[in-house]
Ligand binder design. Sequence first.
Ligand code: NAD
Length: 342
Amino acid sequence: MTKIAFFDTKPYDKTFFDQLSDEKEMHIHYFETKLNENTASLANGYDVVCAFVNDRLTENVIDTLYEGGVRLIAMRCAGYNNIDFKSAFNKIHIVRVPAYSPYAVAEHAMALLLSVVRQTHHSYVRTREFNFSLNGLDGFDLYSKTVGVVGTGKIGKVFINICKGFGMNVLAYDPYPDSNLEGVEYCSFEQLCRRSDIISLHCPLSPETEHIINKESIAQMKDGVVLINTSRGGLVDSQALLEGVKSRKIGSAALDVYEEEGEVFYEDKSAILFDDDTLRLLIAMPNVLVTSHQAFLTREALYNIAQTTITSIREFSEGKVMAHEICYQCAQCRKEPGKRCF
Ligand code: NAD
């Protein structure tokens, strides 16, 4: 019986993991708390930890998990910027869900873009109060506008296809361009900033991409640019974004992720004094729309996340190669074919 400590559990996680796991094979204990240095010891005696985007897998957390017997970290997400991979190497294997539904995230990015461009978030509030005035709700056509896509991986490609369906021109920046991608003009990041009416981020968070949207890159952008971030909060320097919105350089912004989201997103903070001034001011801006890291949240994605994670845990328990294992050497993989990372 494989024992799994499941952190940051939400009701929708439990629904799909209970439906797809076999209780004769694995026992899942659902913890509501996030995984961090204060909570890591809860996993003592478990074989596997299942974690999510805002859990913190630091060196100390990994050491505590290892001492407590954990030998697999199963990330039920695609991004993995919150793990100290070097600390885990030779101790705890790590798997993730590389693709569960690029459509979920790309479609949410387009939903955000349409909302901020046509101001449907304001219309919704107005008509609920029987205010049928259109004043101030003017938007613009997406047709024939130039969208700059940063990162042309699985999600970026789906987003590009959606944009093409709207008749938009597509620029892209990716250090590893895909030569098979048709109808897309690759350019430098600076060119993308200078030429795009809309910029949408779809690259991972890494030391190279941290604060890729900053004071300098914002200064290069067109006046009135629309910025969409459904990737990771750390890609954007939030203070620089706020200044860009205040100076009207940025016409509108839609964020599904925020660099300090860890303690905030997924929680009900409506009854407390909210002390993140930057997020408070961003949310207060009429041309900024924030969702709470929900781009992944479709039935299809939740099903695929649970299925892939359970398959990886089964591979681990049976001593098999884990198809979705990752480690810090993956970029220059030295793994023998058919072997685990260590
Ligand atoms: P992917 O690995 O398929 O694609 C990432 C692309 O980014 C690759 O083409 C890569 O070459 C490119 N890239 C790497 N470094 C870059 C750089 N410096 N500048 C520009 N591009 C760079 O990943 P994906 O499945 O498309 O996911 C992209 C990101 O979306 C994930 O890393 C994750 O952070 C985020 N995500 C968010 C949610 C959500 O709910 N909001 C859900 C899933 C994924």
